[in-house]
Design a protein around this ligand. Structure first.
Ligand code: GLC
Length: 619
């Protein structure tokens, strides 16, 4: 799609920052982060240059799943503050030119939600059909092993059905037992959810991140999956992921809620098991569904099928090839989101980079460079901009997340030793993303509580935000420059994408092109020097280094060699490169001096004007 820089929606050149409020800042010292804590760190977000904040749920909740178990869609849990605090946050963000994207959980509620409490009370209750109730399997009594209406496994392990004695029936929950699925087939459910979303828009939110939204249409009738795994359960996901009415439901939501907003919102649908081809249908603007989706494909490459904790080696060609396929599939229609981490994933630098002290900073910058130079909307997860690594959890009882604690039980039934389970959780637990953000080197990391709900990283002083702010070569400043680059250069936001050397095991390289502007991005995803000669990368004459990730004190490689985890963004002149048909190969000296330490201020100043009306008229 030739998106025109003049008319492309704001989110094509914006970067979004995710706040997981439990772990961001603790305003009242009770050990859990809160809205006051978010308000206290808006300078950080503004300086980073992000245009929007995605706020993970703050609704009243029993907190069995970190607040993704919602007991009231239109309030704020006292743990996080008050509705007035949330209004204040929205106003404060707007005052700084930033937007608030609300996380909405529309597939399920908490079992504490009044809708569910009414629903379970009696078969005659008007709310009965709001959830998925089914009698026990014929020939079984409720609660007996095997009596579940279908053999499905839930996403957190264990059966996807729980027997409720009051209702004398089973209810479906694709996640924790405390998260019953809403029945979107029943029109009053959709009406109530849409009304709630309109209420939030009227309060000033600028868009929605829709939790597991492609699970809301189930393939009917609900029925057994053909195969059973070692836990005796079947894989029911194909019956619920992107089901038969999903497009209809999303179009209805768009029509009933988003269309009336009168402003350009950002909507991103978290979608399990979605293919790039399906993503085109979800994000094609003409279909009016969502603006972009969160795919899981690239974050499930390093695991055995069906067991995210069974970690497998991840060859670079597979990772970059997956991102490249999504770039290609959504090049003409639709739009990509770009992310390496969020509150459900381990820390990006530990997973895809190298978190040993010698390489943590540089590999964090290299990964960010590569990701942010793709086409799409980048999402930065809190702490990622500091290069935060995974937490070294010392024992199984240190984990709090329901997915991890369920896994401990399941893995023991497989006969795994506790050490083996600990190694798996230390690679993949969601708790890695949920330890407090370190703002300072103080013992409490500036988080605001003596004993936070999850411990601070023991090395937090080495990557605390305040020291990084004072250091122009920190990971933090590198993110700031990447975010500025996207805003400044239309080729970063909108240019076409072409992978280079797709089979290379250590080199991540690609080109971006928009009209006469072209960028070459190269990154060495290993700790050993990487000569470019023979890789297929050609650095044309006149290439100018826009951004690199070495420090001034780091010994630069020669022009044709990338140092360990070195990444470069080079501006090449597309016309000239093509006309001449040749350039330097990596091992020849280039004509233009390539400053190995970046200073983007000039680029941003000149480039930034390109989006203004005057500049457009001049061109
Ligand atoms: C999404 C959320 C995750 C939550 C799940 C169930 O995947 O990101 O944190 O556990 O949905 O709501």
């Amino acid at each position: 799609m030739a998106l025109d820089p003049a008319t492309a929606p704001w989110w094509t050149r914006a970067t979004v920052y995710q706040v997981y409020p439990r772990s961001f800042g603790d305003g009242d010292g009770d050990g859990v982060g809160d809205l006051r804590g978010v308000l206290a760190h808006l300078d950080h977000l503004e300086a980073l240059g992000v245009e929007a904040v995605w706020l993970s749920p703050v609704y009243p909740s029993p907190m069995r799943d970190g607040g993704y178990d919602v007991a009231d869609y239109q309030g704020v849990d006292p743990l996080f503050g008050t509705l007035a605090d949330l209004d204040a946050l929205i106003a404060a963000l707007h005052a700084r030119g930033m937007k608030l994207i609300l996380d909405v959980v529309l597939n399920h509620t908490s079992d504490a939600h009044p809708w569910f409490q009414a629903s379970r009370r009696s078969p005659d209750d008007p709310k009965r059909d709001w959830y998925w109730w089914r009698p026990p399997r014929p020939g079984f009594r409720g609660g007996e092993p095997g009596a579940e209406p279908t053999n499905w496994r839930g996403y957190f392990g264990g059966p996807a059905w729980t027997y409720d004695a009051t209702a004398d029936a089973y209810y479906l929950h694709l996640f924790d037992t405390s998260q019953p699925d809403l029945n979107w087939e029943h029109p009053p459910v959709r009406r109530a959810l849409f009304e709630m979303l309109r209420w939030w828009l009227a309060r000033g939110v600028d868009g929605f991140r829709m939790d597991v939204i492609n699970l809301v249409s189930k393939d009917l009738p609900l029925r057994d999956a053909p195969d059973r795994g070692p836990d005796g359960l079947g894989n029911g996901f194909p019956f619920v992921e992107s089901g038969p009415r999903i497009h209809e439901f999303l179009q209805e939501l768009h029509r009933e809620v988003l269309g009336s907003a009168g402003t350009v919102l950002l909507t991103v649908g978290e979608m399990l098991g979605v293919t790039p081809e399906q993503a085109v249908a979800f994000t094609d603007p003409e279909r009016r569904e969502v603006d972009m989706v969160f795919t899981f494909e690239h974050v499930t490459l390093d695991q055995a099928p069906g067991d995210k904790f069974d970690v497998r080696p991840l060859p670079l060609p597979l990772l970059k090839g997956t991102l490249a396929r999504w770039q290609e599939a959504l090049a003409d229609r639709g739009w990509n989101s770009l992310y390496l981490g969020n509150h459900d994933q381990p820390r990006a630098v530990s997973r895809f980079g190298d978190d040993r002290p010698a390489w943590r900073e540089r590999s964090a910058k290299a990964l960010a460079t590569v990701l942010h130079l793709h086409r799409g909307t980048p999402f930065v997860y809190q702490g990622e901009e500091l290069g935060m690594p995974n937490h070294p959890f010392a024992s199984l009882d240190a984990f709090q997340d329901v997915e991890s604690t369920n896994y401990v039980r399941f893995a023991r039934t497989l006969g795994l030793s506790d050490d083996a389970i600990l190694a798996r959780l230390n690679a993949k637990s969601r708790d890695h993303a949920r330890t407090p953000v370190p703002w300072t080197a103080a013992p409490d990391g500036g988080f605001g509580s003596a004993t936070p709900w999850l411990p601070l990283h023991p090395d937090h002083a080495t990557f605390a935000a305040d020291a990084q702010r004072a250091d122009p070569h920190s990971v933090l400043h590198h993110y700031r420059r990447l975010i500025a680059l996207r805003r400044a250069l239309p080729v970063v936001a909108l240019g076409g994408f072409r992978p280079i050397a797709p089979d290379h095991e250590r080199l991540w390289a690609f080109e971006r092109r928009l009209g006469d502007e072209a960028l070459l991005v190269v990154a060495n995803c290993s700790d050993a020097d990487l000569p470019l000669a023979g890789t297929g990368v050609t650095v044309p004459y006149g290439a100018e280094l826009l951004l690199g990730n070495l420090r001034p004190e780091d010994a630069p490689g020669d022009r044709g060699t990338l140092r360990g985890w070195e990444a470069r963004v080079l501006r090449i002149e597309a016309g000239r490169d093509r006309a001449q048909g040749e350039g330097t190969t990596g091992d020849e000296p280039a004509r233009t001096a390539m400053p190995l330490v970046d200073d983007l201020r000039r680029t941003v100043r000149t480039g930034g004007r390109r989006f203004t009306r005057d500049e457009r008229n001049e061109r």
